[in-house]
Design a binder for this molecule. Sequence first.
Ligand SMILES: *Cc1c(COP(=O)(O)O)cnc(C)c1O
Length: 427
Amino acid sequence: MEKKFHPGTLCVQAGWQPKKGEPRVLPIYQSTTFKYDNSEQMARLFDLKDEGYFYTRLQNPTNDAVAAKIAALEGGVAAMLTASGQAASFYAVFNICEAGDHFISSNTIYGGTYNLFGVTMKKMGITCTFVDPDATDEEIEAAFRPNTKCFFGETISNPGGHVFDIERFARMAHKHGVPLIVDNTFATPIHCRPFEWGADIVTHSTTKYMDGHACAVGGCIVDSGRFDWMAHADKFPGLCAPDESYHGLAYAKAFGPKAYITKATAQLMRDLGSIQSPENAFLLNLGLESLHLRMRQHVANAQQVAEYLQSDPRVAWISYAGLPNDKYHALAQKYLPQGGCGVIAFGLKGSREEAIRFMDHLKMIAIVTHVADARTCVLHPASHTHRQLSDEQLREAGVAPDLIRLSVGIEDVEDILADIRQALDSM
Ligand SMILES: *Cc1c(COP(=O)(O)O)cnc(C)c1O
């Protein structure tokens, strides 16, 4: 069904397709294991000769239905759910890179991903070069090495709100024979489908807008099926050379456009096991059913809040790509014509303590580590998530010391504005 429907219809209808007499609503397959009639049937599954379920660490029907919905929304050929967005980012890169390899990432990305790439993966022998996406093509291309295996960026960066020029980075990545991976968490496929701009693989923290209710941590990886691994077989032995742990099967030959997700499932999930629980996948699916409606409201509310903040003399600066004078407005018009997301970054005049005073005066808007759910919330990265960093280190990580991250929810916007106004007034 999937491709011919519009995104809002896919949100509601894609994924679970019940047959005669089956439940209308996606069931939670709360089972670790699956039954077969004879030994031969099971053996064929283990050889990847037949498709089917045998153990939930690798695959589960609830998860697969939700992954299929996200694949349809992104316009990809296959997808897998992971236990968290962090697991999705790690698997997306680790499915291509091994010890001794190198990859490139935009430096304006989520702090957790920055740490994963710069510190933890380095300990595994995989090195990452961070580049400023605003640098020239020449400067960025200088980061490619013979052992570079992929390029990574975020459609809308968390927390800075920078918009990633997907088409430009896809061109550079492909020129050097490597895929572009885009973390599409903040835009969601409702507002941007990176495959339409040349990205090869998309990742999500489904914890954010996709779930949308802040009740289930999760992640997802989607493959466009378009990157030609065999055309660069020497670069990608993990996909193109025989896998000893599957009797010498070569994924790119055996599975064509589904090679990447099949390898991630059969190899990485088998060995590392960060599956999303089927119950969380069920909750994620409920969230996805209203994603298109919620994104509309997040953006409409955030636009009004951003315009208000920009006009208030107590606000020193604001970053929201929906504002006509924003540095990323032109890119937003190209990649996010229906709006970006509900997250605004701004700073107040005065010292960085002003941010704390402002937040402590908010009444309805809560201080939480979370972002991108139905309830408006706020965070001061320098005092919370990035607490360990000096002002200088903060700037290097692209986080201004006075940056307040306001995640605008889907309440009535008048109440959000009133709370912000009263907090500023009572400081
Ligand atoms: C939150 C987030 C992640 C990490 O996801 P978790 O589900 O918290 O593991 C990755 N990328 C972006 C853009 C995020 O906002």
